[in-house]
Design a binder for this molecule. Sequence first.
Ligand SMILES: Nc1nc2c(c(=O)[nH]1)N[C@H]1C(S)=C(S)[C@@H](COP(=O)(O)OP(=O)(O)OC[C@H]3O[C@@H](n4cnc5c(=O)[nH]c(N)nc54)[C@H](O)[C@@H]3O)O[C@H]1N2
Ligand SMILES: Nc1nc2c(c(=O)[nH]1)N[C@H]1C(S)=C(S)[C@@H](COP(=O)(O)OP(=O)(O)OC[C@H]3O[C@@H](n4cnc5c(=O)[nH]c(N)nc54)[C@H](O)[C@@H]3O)O[C@H]1N2
Ligand SMILES: [Mo]
Length: 766
Amino acid sequence: MAGKPPSGDPVQDAPQVEGPQHAAAGLPAIGHTLRVAQEQMGVRRTALTLLRVNQKDGFDCPGCAWPEPEHRHKAEFCENGAKAVAEEATLRRVTPEFFAAHPVADLARRSGYWLGQQGRLTHPMYLAEGAERYEPVSWEQAFDIVADELDALGSPDEALFYTSGRTSNEAAFLYQLFAREFGTNNLPDCSNMCHESSGSALTETIGIGKGSVLLEDLYQADLIIVAGQNPGTNHPRMLSALEKAKANGARIITVNPLPEAGMERFKNPQTPQGMLKGTALTDLFLQIRLGGDQALFRLLNKLILAASDSGSAAESGAVDEEFVREHTHGYEEFAAAARAADWDETLAATGLERSRIEEALAMVLASKRTVVCWAMGLTQHKHAVSTIREVVNFLLLRGNIGRPGAGVCPVRGHSNVQGDRTMGIFERPAPAFLDALEREFGFAPPREHGLDVVRAIRALRDGAAKVFLAMGGNFVSASPDTEVTEAAMRRARLTVHVSTKLNRSHAVTGARALILPTLGRTERDLQGSGEQFVTVEDSMGMVHASRGRLEPASRHLLSEPAIVSRLARRVLGEKSSTPWEEFEKDYATIRDRIARVVPGFEDFNARVARPGGFALPHAPRDERRFPTATGKANFTAAPVEYPELPKGRLLLQTLRSHDQYNTTIYGLDDRYRGIRNGRRVVLVNPADARELGGLADGAYVDLVSEWQDGVERRAPGFRVVHYPTARGCAAAYYPETNVLVPLDATADTSNTPASKSVVVRLEARP
Ligand SMILES: Nc1nc2c(c(=O)[nH]1)N[C@H]1C(S)=C(S)[C@@H](COP(=O)(O)OP(=O)(O)OC[C@H]3O[C@@H](n4cnc5c(=O)[nH]c(N)nc54)[C@H](O)[C@@H]3O)O[C@H]1N2
Ligand SMILES: Nc1nc2c(c(=O)[nH]1)N[C@H]1C(S)=C(S)[C@@H](COP(=O)(O)OP(=O)(O)OC[C@H]3O[C@@H](n4cnc5c(=O)[nH]c(N)nc54)[C@H](O)[C@@H]3O)O[C@H]1N2
Ligand SMILES: [Mo]
């Protein structure tokens, strides 16, 4: 039988510290997986569900966006994928009786962990203005309430349509269509807080904001650089790909302020040999300071140019001159900037030893096929976009884009975040996309850019936006500057969440609020024309079907496409000639429209019916064609930046533990980092702890963030953990530390919150 959710709250946060592990996966991971899954789902359901993950006739794992290999194992999921599935397929329920017993004020006092552990939402719920509790409503009433508030707006731009990245292609396409027929491009999404910096940098430099490698390329690479990413926890299936690459002779450089167990050694649970010994993955670990990556890649570029200039036979060809000549633009300016890179400045910015960088250079020069993988460690800095541009410079220099075994590999987070963007979830849509919508649906889409996440929060704060709708996610907890965001949310007239599980965004609401419960990936989706499937796009641009099999958590749930279709009909009424009813009845009709609007989806229904789906075209990867403004791949030459650290302060990164999925907390352990039973910890280098007045391991501190606006933001009560992180750098978990991230501290160009470089001081608690 599945266990009961925890009853007491606030959760006893009493961290115990055992020190970091040096290998990931293996037997403990399997045991852990089954225990967590059975607690939520029971034994039978665990077996039934987990065998369907990522199989050709099954559902797409709601965990991460890592692609499925061509030859799948019987169990093509990982520990953390299984936790994500268990979270959704849980037998626990949040019913109207639950809401009767828990006034909103009570929910607002609970931890995110407690809220999530209560189970699946079962009924549409409504919080009337001034009411203390949510009450059940019919779907018709719910749609009436939304329509009333939307109708009352002075302009469509006073509404915000947020999306989190689990939403299917079909639902996302309908959602953006609805928002645009309603009249706004206000489509902020989780991507704005995530890989937006990658999209910005790649679109400008190679002409498409997506990665250029397929799994096959990883297997063929000579060198893979993994920078700013913790795959052992966040993309565990990537470890098998890295293992395979190594077996084929690849070498791996890891760039990270933290030694992450998964990158040290991987014990593949699917091979007997792997279970025993495992594979050492990292050949060279560059323990970089937070935000030092641009400086590192700039110096490597200088050294590559110098090798090429030296004229020695061994190093001639360090620069791929033919590629540079034929396919790139801006080389001279870039090369001048790179040649000016300074060793001393780089050593200061990165905290690395000279010999380590020289070792890296030797590996770079020895490699004919190089891939660079990255995630939030590169994207969530003020200078994130220029950092990623420098990575592109690095790859272009040796012709490492558009040939097998080489390329850019931004590893996406949410399982369909890339697909949602492809479907038009974007506050700054391309004119060609809007033209296509206009042709297909016969209305004039708004052309003015809409609001991203940070601007949406400002608009709510300033009263310029009044209605907030969310297709999934947990906006209040995921966003920066928690106090500011919560106050902004409370100013809204109406907040609406299409959700599977309870979270803090349901407790911190506008004057009126709605919770609209929806089907998850794992569940059967029955509509007028029969059983439906949906589609998703993974991190490598592969599109495939996802089909749930479980009985829905409640018979009152509607699918996301059904919710959008009904809402659109109610709100737009006669004004819309879009066949919303038909879309709800048969998702194949949505795919027919996608096929006519979105390039690369021609013949969508037929192609997605094939097992494994299909690959979207990618001009740089497929034909070395770069659809940029110059028609070439663009070298860029931004000034080198890195965070400045005042004396007596630390640079804090806010990151994920092993037991969470973004704001969904599975448990209180971070096994690979050797931390148990608590999340309010701050990892500090022992030498820094000494310098900061002798902070002992186990001491308790407040984290106080200092920023140029003069406001002090405080997160109280964190246990100091002495940890081998890079000097000057600290780490603590998100979302507990979002209160420290200033709303206006964002990346240039992409406007992504700089969640990985918060200047803090540690105040000892009495
Ligand atoms: N189980 C699980 N899976 C997930 C998620 C989850 O929460 N749980 N979240 C999903 C989502 S939405 C995303 S976006 C991804 C996130 O995947 P990751 O980006 O791996 O997630 P983070 O925990 O933010 O880890 C950031 C990593 O970058 C390093 N880092 C931080 N700053 C720097 C820097 O300045 N330079 C370098 N070189 N390294 C740095 C950190 O030490 C850490 O190892 O995972 C996805 N998958
Ligand atoms: N400080 C700091 N802040 C960060 C980050 C960081 O590293 N540091 N990372 C950022 C990143 S990378 C991201 S992607 C964002 C994440 O931001 P979000 O995507 O907004 O947050 P999640 O926690 O993933 O959302 C979880 C909720 O989604 C709902 N949900 C789950 N599955 C489904 C589904 O199938 N359908 C629907 N409708 N709802 C569903 C559930 O109700 C659940 O409570 O956070 C960002 N915030
Ligand atoms: Mo993300």
